[in-house]
Design a protein around this ligand. Structure first.
Ligand code: C5P
Length: 205
């Protein structure tokens, strides 16, 4: 019944989409792909001197592991390589075949509902105030021992928002038929419960 059932969850950095995606994937037994990791892995390789398209074409699943991809420096580089159309094109097939796997899949990113899976059964666009997002990301980074300040994190979030929304190819935006969830004042539990309700309604149709 869930063959090819795809949940597309897009939104800006630290909006809560990753937390929601993981929780709903576990709830329904769907596979989960954090597509930001693909761009982070390419960005990390570019920081080592590899050419962006070559890095994207040579990506293997092991490249997606590791806390090293979670740093603000890698995030910035990720959003720079993510503006390159040939890099994005090189990553499309992997994402689409992941989305089509039997048993259902949740993919989170920036262009899942608009470009990668425009026919997804469920599309969500998760947003939150940028200061709230910066506070969350700051807490997450400091808990991992990464030294930064709230101001730096806010700058990082705002710079990435601007780059991700302003690029010509697959900019960050809600699909016309996406359901918006604002997590600024929502607990994780409430955000997850709302998302589960949306998915259950779509499954019942
Ligand atoms: O989601 P995360 O913050 O890890 O993504 C890192 C960067 O990768 C984003 O700022 C964005 O530029 C890029 N990205 C993208 N399309 C996606 C997922 C991430 O352009 N589907």
């Amino acid at each position: 019944m869930t063959k090819g059932f795809t949940v597309a969850i897009d939104g800006p950095a630290a909006s809560g989409k990753g937390t929601i995606s993981k929780a709903v994937a576990a709830h329904f037994g769907f596979a989960y792909l954090d597509t930001g990791l693909l761009y982070r892995a390419v960005g990390a390789k570019v920081m080592l001197g590899i050419e962006p398209l070559k890095a994207a074409q040579a990506l293997v699943p092991e490249d997606l592991d590791g806390e090293a991809l979670r740093t603000p420096e890698v995030a910035q580089e990720a959003s720079k390589v993510a503006a390159l159309p040939d890099v994005r094109a090189a990553l499309v097939d992997f994402q689409r075949s992941f989305a089509a796997r039997a048993g259902g899949a949740v993919l989170d990113g920036r262009d899942i509902g608009t470009v990668i899976c425009p026919a997804a059964q469920v599309k969500l666009f998760v947003i939150a105030d940028s200061v709230v997002r910066a506070r969350r990301r700051f807490a997450e980074l400091t808990s991992k021992g990464i030294k930064t300040t709230l101001e730096e994190v806010l700058d990082d979030v705002q710079a990435r928002d601007a780059r991700d929304m302003g690029r010509a190819d697959a900019p960050l935006k809600a699909a016309a038929d996406a359901i918006e969830i604002d997590t600024s004042a929502l607990s994780i539990e409430d955000a997850v419960a709302q998302t589960i309700a949306v998915i259950e309604a779509a499954m019942a149709r």
